[in-house]
Design a protein around this ligand. Structure first.
Ligand code: ATP
Ligand code: MG
Length: 630
């Protein structure tokens, strides 16, 4: 048996022994009495009776051992700031923030809603919550007032932490204005709002008695010492709402001990990051990747983490690689969508900097097509690791486990089930699929440490949303559609509700997209199923070409459309051929890079595009509308 297989098998067969060992990667105030309490399925309590603290493990223990090592590197290409905090400095800032919280009456178990741009104070704000046992709920800065208000009413925070403004592409983006608007809309607005004033929005409104200036309070707490509050392992650390790509967002509740252990173990086995090294995740603190792999994961491992405010293209497409060179980044984490953006730029930017420190690039969040996977691996000359997971799980479910075995990479596949996950592919009747048979990705419970412990305030919703796909067996349903080949490599084919049913044949949007992407002229593509009277559904494609001159006349468009259809015929068969291939210059995506398939499909079926609060570029929808009308 290979080393990976052995490691995975032990994590399932000798579950408690395996996780007891991993628990040694973090410091405990009191060791666990029981490793896994699964007496009330599907709920699970990891490291029951154990006492620990996320902030202590992420900050204090390193501040004690290596106070002058880098902990947080804040870089903004929007405001041209760059600031490095050592572990000792980070600890002081977090204690100051924690003292401010205590001043404002925040107690253990209270919720603090953080609505902030990518600035160092956002990290202090999160870690300070963890320090005193307050529960943070970070809401992505791109969300508009209405979405923010819904999350306020669900979490009922006693305090909100925000900023006057963020910056994007050189333009200020208001935050405080939206906070005020959301507080008006909300039924349960917080009593206090703490504002980090960056001086970007000079005239932002202040509400007397409610709004508090961070700099003023910080000045009063320069020497603050705030001891950590030890938490029982199952006590919540945070709430994070899912992206809401497919429906009403759910408040994913995370525990404390299980999460700390899961992240520390993932840093070692999956991300192979060591203390003293630097990790650069290009995500945002508003997303799960930001929680796990900008803030907690790297710091737990004693690594420095890069917090980057800016786009991958400003001042030029070399900015990420410049950061890698300057801070000798060893572990980098990004999303396929960002790589596709870079792919459209001059490849010289990838050769301009010394990237020899970089061990791996990890990509997650959306399917990574074979073409893009191969391209970025060739360009960088290092393994690029596709990993699959969800807000719900908090850390990878499918990945290569490079810290255990350097298994060969298959383009377009996030490889194997991660240790701790008894992950399988199921038929719709609950039986298990064979090799190369499409099915639903499920996990046999208990879910491993670090995954959601419940939906905030809605235990019944936790059970009904995730565990009721089959009566027997009871599994955690990912709602994704996938396939496993004879060598055990997995591929995610798309969301369950993205499956297209053409005359009784079930096709994943991903498969068709992958086939279209195989045509050399195509940079990016979205495929959706459109209702069809005869066939039930028909695939329809919206493609972005690498070189606009390929589609600058009606004749050329028709020509390329034919070629693309032929490519699909050859690779998948005529059954998968899209009814139409429309050429547009950009696809509608959320600001985290997720394709807004639901909206594309709605437009293609002549319906309203739906909730678009996090759309990155609304003009893409206009393009789709006019393409459909043509
Ligand atoms: P919601 O559940 O609220 O609709 P969401 O599912 O978009 O939102 P996330 O938890 O951020 O919110 O995204 C997880 C989903 O992203 C996965 O379920 C899967 O569909 C997709 N995904 C993540 N990583 C990969 C990957 N490596 N390959 C393919 N798909 C991926
Ligand atoms: Mg989801």
């Amino acid at each position: 048996m290979t080393m990976y297989k052995e490691f995975h098998r032990r994590s399932i067969d000798k579950r408690d022994e395996f996780w007891a060992e991993q628990a040694g990667l973090i410091d405990w105030n009191k060791p666990a009495e029981q490793i896994c309490d699964f007496s009330n399925p599907p709920f699970v309590k990891w490291f029951k009776g154990g006492e620990t603290n996320l902030c202590f493990n992420a900050v204090d223990r390193h501040a004690a051992q290596r106070p002058n090592d880098r902990a947080l590197v804040y870089i903004s290409t929007e405001t041209d700031e760059e600031k490095v905090y050592t572990f000792a400095e980070l600890q002081r800032e977090v204690e100051r923030m924690a003292a401010i919280y205590q001043d404002l009456g925040v107690r253990k178990g209270d919720r603090v809603l953080i609505y902030m741009p990518m600035i160092a104070e956002a990290a202090f704000a999160m870690l300070a919550c963890a320090r005193i046992g307050a529960i943070h709920s970070v809401v992505f800065g791109g969300f508009a007032a209405g979405s923010l208000a819904t999350r306020i009413d669900d979490a009922k925070p006693v305090l909100m932490v925000s900023s006057d403004a963020g910056m994007r592409n050189g333009k200020p983006v208001p935050y405080k204005h939206l906070v005020d608007e959301a507080c008006k809309l909300a039924e349960f607005p917080p009593q206090k709002v703490l504002i980090v004033d960056r001086g970007l929005d000079k005239g932002f409104p202040k509400v007397a008695g409610r709004d508090i200036d961070y700099a003023e309070l910080r000045a009063r707490h320069m020497d603050a010492k705030v001891p950590v509050t030890w938490l029982e392992s199952s006590e919540p650390s945070y709430i994070l709402y899912t992206s809401g790509t497919t429906g009403k967002p759910k408040g994913v509740q995370r525990d404390t001990g299980g999460y700390a252990v899961a992240l520390a173990a993932s840093m070692k086995h999956i991300f192979t990051g060591d203390a003293g090294e630097t990790m650069f995740s290009t995500s945002d603190i508003g997303w799960v990747v930001g929680h796990s792999y900008i803030i907690y994961g790297p710091l737990l491992a004693g690594m420095a983490t890069v917090m980057y405010e800016g786009t991958p293209l400003r001042p030029d497409a070399g900015i990420w690689w410049q950061i890698v060179e300057k801070y000798k980044v060893t572990v980098m984490f990004s999303a396929p969508t960002a790589v596709r953006v870079l792919k459209k730029q001059d490849p010289a930017f990838l050769k301009k900097y010394d990237l020899s420190s970089l061990k791996h690039l990890f990509l997650a969040g959306e399917p990574l097509d074979e073409t893009t996977h191969k391209w970025i691996m060739d360009e960088l000359g290092i393994p690029v690791i596709d990993n699959y997971w969800q807000t719900e799980t908090g850390w990878p479910m499918l990945s290569a486990i490079r810290g255990i075995e350097k298994t060969p990479i298959k383009y377009g596949s996030p490889s194997f089930p991660v240790y701790g996950y008894d992950l399988r592919i199921f038929r719709e009747d609950g039986t298990e699929c064979g090799p190369d048979e499409k099915g639903i990705v499920g996990v046999v419970p208990p879910l491993p440490p670090g995954c959601l412990s419940t939906v905030w305030g809605q235990d019944d919703r936790f059970v009904s949303t995730y565990f009721t796909l089959f009566k027997d067996p009871v599994i955690f349903s990912s709602s994704d559609w996938g396939i496993k080949d004879a060598d055990g490599y997995h591929t995610i084919l798309g969301r369950m509700d993205d499956v297209i049913n053409v005359a009784g044949h079930r096709l994943g949007t991903r498969e068709i997209e992958e086939a279209i992407q195989a045509h050399a002229a195509i940079a990016e593509v979205a495929v959706v199923g459109v209702a069809d009277q005869l066939k039930g559904q028909m695939p329809m494609a919206f493609a972005v070409v690498k070189d606009a001159s390929r589609v600058d006349s009606a004749e050329k468009r028709i020509e390329l459309e034919k070629e693309v259809m032929k490519t699909v015929d050859n690779l998948l068969g005529a059954i998968a051929r899209p009814a139409r291939v429309h050429f547009i210059s950009g696809l509608p995506k959320t600001r985290s890079g997720k394709m807004l398939r639901r909206s594309i499909q709605a437009l293609a079926e002549g319906r309203d595009a739906g909730d678009l609060t996090t759309i990155d570029d609304p003009s893409t929808l206009e393009q789709i509308r006019s393409a459909l009308a043509s």
